[in-house]
Design a protein. Structure first.
Length: 235
């Protein structure tokens, strides 16, 4: 009896061991595709770190784009009524002036991208015309704005010895004036983007309105001093 019980126990253990070592049949779909039998398990520590960092960055980018799109739609909806206003045929649309300048130690591309992503969609939604003044170097915005103001002062009748050059804008303005086309009444508006651009804008206003209309005279050439000549006697 003892031998039979021992043999039964041994056979049961052998069957259990055989059942444990028997591999799980592969998924028929994976087998037809030639793929191995995947076993779902918790990723390793390195994979968890990789998935966490990648997922966090992806979520931050998606959130930023979604919020930017939402804010753009908000402001576009607020100014959309301007695009539905009708104008008489003899009036031109209000035109804004946008000032851009390269940030200190950087190029103009950063300012252009900021304008295209955050400002231009709102201007397009409002159907406003605009012109862009770009300062590629430090002081360009100040010089351009000051010259525009001085030109406006000369047209207003202030005395000046500078002879104005007729440009394309002047020709277009004269042609519109002859056919009776006028600008939309009201302030046009200046849009200044960037703190450094704002500093140059204020300096340009100060120089244009408070400065002289005529450029400073060139400095006089220094007078040549007579050379001290003398022949010495050799002893």
């Amino acid at each position: 009896m003892a031998e039979s019980s021992n043999s039964a126990a041994a056979s049961g253990q052998a069957q259990n061991a055989a059942s444990k070592t028997t591999p799980k049949p592969a998924n028929p779909a994976f087998r037809m595709l030639g793929l191995p039998n995947f076993r779902f398990k918790l990723p390793s520590r390195n994979w968890l770190i990789f998935f966490t960092i990648t997922g966090s960055l992806t979520a931050a980018i998606v959130y930023d784009r979604r919020e930017r799109r939402r804010v753009q739609e908000k402001w576009c909806d607020l100014v959309a009524h301007l695009s539905k206003e009708t104008l008489p045929i003899e009036q031109t649309r209000r035109k804004l002036t946008v000032f851009l300048a390269a940030p200190p130690g950087d190029g103009l591309r950063i300012a252009r991208e900021h304008f295209k992503e955050y400002v231009k969609p709102i201007l397009v939604a409002a159907a406003l015309d605009y012109t862009v003044i770009e300062g590629r170097r430090e002081g360009d915005v100040r010089a351009i704005l000051a010259e525009q103001i001085r030109k406006h002062r000369r047209k207003a009748g202030e005395p000046s010895s500078v002879v104005e050059e007729v440009g394309n804008e002047d020709i277009i303005a004269d042609a519109r004036q002859k056919i009776g086309v006028v600008e939309e009444p009201g302030p046009k508006g200046d849009l200044v983007i960037g703190r450094h651009t704002w500093k140059e804008y204020i300096r340009g206003l100060h120089e244009g309105w408070l400065g002289p209309l005529d450029p400073p005279s060139p400095p006089a050439a220094p007078a040549e001093e007579p050379e001290e000549g003398g022949s010495g006697e050799k002893g």
